[in-house]
Write a protein that binds this ligand. Structure first.
Ligand code: ZN
Length: 66
């Protein structure tokens, strides 16, 4: 590690009811199927992932399918 001052970013977890979760890079916005240590898209070091409930737009469907 060189401490080059690279900005850190984090993954925003986007859940889907009918397919696998996605992780969206907070820096470049690219989506991946897992939270990598480093974003394959922009190369930033990722500080972790956070769950953003605002992404769960499909959740309301659950009531209809029950
Ligand atoms: Zn990125």
């Amino acid at each position: 590690m060189f401490g080059s001052g690279k900005k850190k970013a984090c993954w925003i977890r986007k859940t889907h009811l009918f397919r696998a979760d996605e992780y969206v890079c907070s820096a470049c916005g690219r989506r991946f199927d897992r939270p990598y240590v480093q974003c394959p898209g922009c190369g930033r070091n990722m500080s972790g992932s956070k769950y953003d409930p605002t992404w769960v737009d499909e959740a309301e469907i659950t009531d209809l399918l029950d």
